[in-house]
Design a protein around this ligand. Structure first.
Ligand SMILES: Nc1ncnc2c1ncn2[C@@H]1O[C@H](COP(=O)(O)OP(=O)(O)OP(=O)(O)O)[C@@H](O)[C@H]1O
Ligand SMILES: [Mg+2]
Length: 309
């Protein structure tokens, strides 16, 4: 049976899929998958009943594909759907594990930059002493700051990059600016990561987004922010075991080539809320989700990469 997919509805046209996902949803239908609609705005505002009001009863086991959802709201969504006979294929625990850095970091420790974190509330004034203590367990050198989910990479100098983790004043300035700019969107807390030097293409980090289904790399796309339509083919041999240990059915890993030639995981994400590069095939992703790509005769990426998983 094709697996149904829940998308976010369009705010202005509630019977339609949000424009950003409309093409992908069309491909899901073309594969025989049913498409349901949730109200993402209502979910984030705390009205979970309204969020699921238009989901047909008894859809069975479904994927979600759409905008990011804070982990607590995802749990509320799962509960409300369960009461209507619909079960998200990704449990709330699995969603949090893949979506938030503290959930996946230990499993990927060998293949991703060293990281430390602490919980923080939006707008919280973290002391310089606390930050110095936190940074003290990272290797010396440069670092970056982000929250459990997102960075402010577009404000690199003022709110992301920390030239020297041992410079308490500089560290505090960048982290405080990050917290200030995140406003109410600060997710979970503050993460400090050791900086690693990744290769860049025309000044943009050359990241490849790898889409894993049931522990297999099934699709390679450029990172959604990449100006390039196609990227490099990464070596995934050392990354596959960590993905399989994580135990989440549908995840993405953004991988980048470090200057010493080793492919590193920049971050892990829940595949349901990972954005797809504009040049990438909606049909391929839809076929994976709906289950058509698992039919006999369909060549998996693993086979195409020569058993890279
Ligand atoms: N430890 C690191 N060393 C070097 N560069 C890093 C490091 N962590 C992040 N970066 C750079 O900063 C960018 C943003 O970091 P990251 O992907 O963790 O944040 P994000 O805001 O979640 O991004 P996305 O837009 O992919 O969701 C990365 O694409 C990479 O170029
Ligand atoms: Mg990223």
């Amino acid at each position: 049976m094709p697996i149904p997919v829940l998308y976010c509805r369009d705010a202005l046209n509630p019977r339609r899929v949000d424009e950003h996902f409309a093409l992908e949803a069309r491909e899901v239908r073309a594969c025989g998958g049913a498409v349901g609609l949730i109200d993402h705005d209502a979910l984030l505002q705390g009205d979970v009943q309204q969020a699921v009001a238009d989901v047909p009863a008894g859809l069975g086991r479904v994927w979600y594909r759409g905008w990011m959802i804070p982990s607590g709201r995802y749990a509320a969504l799962a509960g409300a759907l369960n009461r209507r006979g619909t079960e998200l294929l990704v449990t709330p625990e699995q969603y949090r594990t893949a979506h938030e850095l503290p959930g996946w970091h230990a499993t990927f420790a060998d293949v991703t930059p060293a990281s430390v974190w602490r919980p923080a509330k939006p707008g919280e004034m973290v002391t310089a002493d606390d930050l110095a203590a936190l940074a003290g367990s990272l290797p010396p050198g440069a670092g970056i700051v982000k929250d459990y989910v997102k960075s402010r990479k577009h404000e690199w100098e003022q709110a992301c990059f920390i030239p020297d983790l041992a410079d308490a004043a500089g560290l505090t300035r960048v982290v405080r600016r990050f917290v200030e700019l995140q406003e109410d969107f600060l997710a979970g807390g503050i993460v400090l990561r050791a900086f690693e030097s990744f290769s860049r293409l025309e000044s943009v980090a050359a990241e490849v987004r790898v889409w894993w289904l049931d522990g297999e790399p099934r699709l390679l796309t450029p990172h959604p922010d990449s100006p390039f339509g196609r990227g490099l083919v990464p070596d995934l041999d050392h990354i596959g075991p960590a993905v399989r240990r994580l135990g989440c059915r549908f995840v993405t890993t953004d991988v980048a080539l470090r200057s010493d030639g080793v492919w590193r995981v920049v971050e892990v994400g829940d595949g349901q809320v990972s954005d797809l590069h504009q040049s990438s095939s909606r049909a391929e992703l839809a076929a994976l989700l709906v289950g058509e790509a698992n039919r006999p005769g369909t060549v998996s990426l693993t086979a195409r990469l020569g058993g890279a998983a």
